[in-house]
Design a protein around this ligand. Structure first.
Ligand code: UGY
Ligand code: MN
Length: 249
């Protein structure tokens, strides 16, 4: 942690938040025994989801979330083993991840030092569309495609396509100098964590230098743009609510 004299890169606006590592606050919670958590985005900001970092201090087992909550887990370090219903447990490998749908009986078995990015939200089902099934993957194994034809901006979709899912979780990988093609404004919100590199993020009418480990919340209709600056790739994990009509579920 960088010591500072009353300064931080964290910044909050009406429809956005930038949370830099220098201002992380570690907490413990009863449903996460033996773990330290850093909440980056929660409904207290105005978001419809929670995005947080988890580190296990000792070997522990974490129960699944509330019945109506879906959970996404991306392994960052250590041993993360996931059990769902009666299926054999799965160990997450290098940048391995799991989508655990609402209502499934899941648990996380962690050993000391295990670290994860976790995102949770209340599932929004739609009549006649079956709920999604659990899904496991690893970022290095996900096909990357150029975003809107730009081979300097590659997109990986971590979850299966299909209307059962009410969220998208993607990885966007920018070559040095690449940028989003235009300033986006959309009704969907985002939770984002920079996995590598950095650049400049435009949020509403402000521009922020952002670096590896920074997190961003972009609320609905927050004007947003990113330009990658630096000698290496800039890569981020990005959540978006998806496949749901803004008025009706
Ligand atoms: O999918 C998205 O909306 C994405 N292009 N937004 C972003 O990177 N801020
Ligand atoms: Mn967007």
């Amino acid at each position: 942690m960088r010591t500072s004299f009353g300064e931080t890169r964290s910044a909050f606006g009406r429809r956005y938040a930038v949370i830099s590592q220098d201002s992380h606050e570690r907490v413990t919670l009863p449903l996460w025994p033996e773990c330290g958590l850093v909440h980056l985005v929660t409904p207290a900001l105005g978001a419809d989801f929670a995005l947080f970092l988890v580190t296990a201090d000792r070997t522990t087992t974490i129960p699944g979330p509330a019945e109506d909550v879906e959970r996404f887990v991306l392994r960052q370090d250590g041993t993360v083993r996931i059990g769902v219903d009666d299926a054999p447990t799965q160990v997450l490998g290098d940048e391995g991840y799991a989508f655990l749908p609402a209502g499934c009986a899941s648990r996380l078995d962690l050993t000391a030092g295990a670290a994860m990015i976790v995102l949770e939200r209340r599932y929004r089902g739609v009549a006649d569309i079956a709920a999604p099934a659990p899904f496991f993957g690893a970022i290095p194994a996900v096909t990357a495609t150029p975003m809107k034809g730009d081979a300097r901006l590659m997109l990986q979709k971590l979850l299966p396509e299909g209307t059962a899912f009410d969220m998208e979780i993607n990885v966007m990988d920018f070559a040095p100098g690449a940028s989003l093609p235009y300033v986006e404004t959309h009704f969907m919100e985002h939770g984002l964590i920079l996995l590598n590199g950095g650049g400049i993020y435009r949020l509403e009418d402000a521009w922020f230098p952002v670096d590896t480990g920074d997190a961003i919340w972009m609320g609905p209709f927050c004007p947003q743009w990113f330009g990658a600056i630096g000698h290496g790739q800039a890569r981020y994990l990005i959540y978006k609510n998806w496949n749901r009509d803004p008025l009706h579920g």
